[in-house]
Every structure is written in structure tokens, then in C-alpha cells.
Design a binder for this molecule. Structure first.
Ligand SMILES: [Mg+2]
Length: 241
């Protein structure tokens, strides 16, 4: 059963969005390009994934660096033990972890293949440290806040980043330049939503279908949060992306 925060309306809405995503990405099959579903933090995550799973979602995201590390680690361990083997879990630090915490998370993840990647563990200024950590640990690291604009994305690429790039077309800049860059460089890209309009969303999904890594779910599965009346704080909303 979903928690109160995860009412059936929200679940129905995200499932509808996922169906629309699937239609808009054309000939890719749903199991090849699902949406990544954002789970609530804390113990609520342990129940929330189940309904999405039953509806066909396979990739989930958990925000970390929100509660105490030990508590988050407990929830993470319980979640990965419950998730079926084919599930994928993304951990997103939103640039808010310390280096020690990032290392602790990478150590916790290193023998768990269902962890797809650790997203933006450190702030963008600590690019070199993230690059070093990406070389030292088997779990992939994804850059998100570090590559918000196309110029930043290009800079990270030219500075040697070969991990995952989370691209938000709505804020990245020129779609044609973005398309050109992605075509000229074989980057591992996950396309993700920002605060786009329906038209922006459609354009983003088109780019995702064209240029994204088809082995990874797209990051357009967070819209159920927008229906939550509680989500009025802009900063809090931003953290869900
Ligand atoms: Mg993120």
C-alpha cells in the first residue's frame, strides 16, 4: 500500500506520464526506455516502489544527503534487498555530500549491481575529486548540476569526464548545439526533466529518444511530485529533479 503521500492519484498520474513518454519516444520499446521514478526519502521508499513496479516501472531514484547517513544507509540496504534483481536504483546527492560521505556511499554500492549510478555526490567545484572517485569505484557517477548548461557539459567532457551526463534540455541551451555535441561525442547521456512546459517536455523527450543512452531510463518520472499540494517550496521542488 502506498503511503498517504503516495496516493493513487499520484501513482496513476506518473503511470500516465510514463505511457505518454513511451508513445513519444516512438519505436523504442517501453522496457528499453522507461522513466526513472523518484521515490520518497526515508522508510516510505520501501513501500512506494512496489506499486510502481507492478505498473511496469523498473528504475527508481532515491535522494540521499537529506537525513542522517546511518538512517539513509539502513533504508538503502533494505531497499536493495527488496528490489528485484532487474530493478535499477539511482542515488542522487544533489551535490550535497561531503567527500567522506561520497566515499561511504560508493563503498556501500560497490557490490550491488542494481545501483545504476550515484548522481552528483559533490558540488560542481569538486569536479576533480568526482573524476578520481569515478576511477576508483565500480559504481558509475553521473554529473547533473555540474552539466546544467551545454557550456558546462562541454567543459566537463573536455576535462575528461567519461561517466554519465544528466542532461536537462529545458535548461541546457540551444537544442541544435546540444544535438550536434551529442552526435559528435559518444557520451553516456540520461535526459531529464526540469520545469519545462508541455512543449518543452515534448522537445526534451524527442532529444532523449534521439540522443540518450537507450540502456538507461529517462529522467521524466518525477512529475507525480508536482501534484503534491505540499510541494510549494521552490527549493524543495528543485531538489526533486
Ligand atoms: Mg539530480
Amino acid at each position: 500500500m502506498a503511503s498517504e503521500k503516495w496516493g493513487r492519484d499520484a501513482i496513476n498520474r506518473v503511470c500516465t506520464i510514463n505511457r505518454v513518454c513511451t508513445e513519444q519516444v516512438g519505436n523504442r520499446k517501453r522496457d528499453q526506455i522507461g522513466c526513472c521514478v523518484l521515490l520518497p526519502t526515508g522508510k516510505a521508499a520501501l513501500q512506494a516502489w512496489q506499486e510502481f513496479w507492478q505498473r511496469g516501472d523498473r528504475t527508481f531514484k532515491l535522494k540521499i544527503g537529506v537525513e542522517a547517513f546511518e538512517e539513509e544507509l539502513r533504508v538503502f540496504e533494505a531497499l536493495v534487498s527488496e528490489l528485484p534483481t532487474i530493478a535499477r536504483l539511482r542515488l542522487d546527492g544533489n551535490g550535497g555530500l561531503s567527500v567522506q560521505q561520497a566515499i561511504a556511499w560508493l563503498e556501500a554500492c560497490q557490490h550491488i549491481p542494481k545501483v545504476e549510478f550515484l548522481e552528483q555526490p559533490l558540488p560542481p567545484e569538486q569536479f576533480d575529486t568526482m573524476r578520481q572517485l569515478a576511477e576508483q569505484y565500480p559504481t558509475a557517477i553521473a554529473l547533473d548540476e555540474s552539466v546544467a548548461t551545454l557550456a558546462q557539459l562541454q567543459k566537463c567532457y573536455h576535462n575528461g569526464w567519461r561517466g554519465v551526463f544528466v542532461i536537462k534540455p529545458a535548461i541546457a541551451g540551444s537544442p541544435s548545439q546540444l544535438r550536434q555535441f551529442c552526435r559528435n561525442h559518444a557520451i553516456d547521456a540520461v535526459f531529464s526533466s526540469a520545469f519545462e512546459t508541455a512543449i518543452g517536455r515534448q522537445a526534451g523527450l524527442k532529444l532523449a529518444a534521439e540522443l540518450g543512452n537507450c540502456d538507461r531510463a529517462i529522467g521524466y518520472g518525477t512529475t507525480h511530485w508536482f501534484d503534491q499540494g505540499e510541494m510549494e517550496d521552490f527549493d524543495q521542488l528543485w531538489q526533486t529533479l
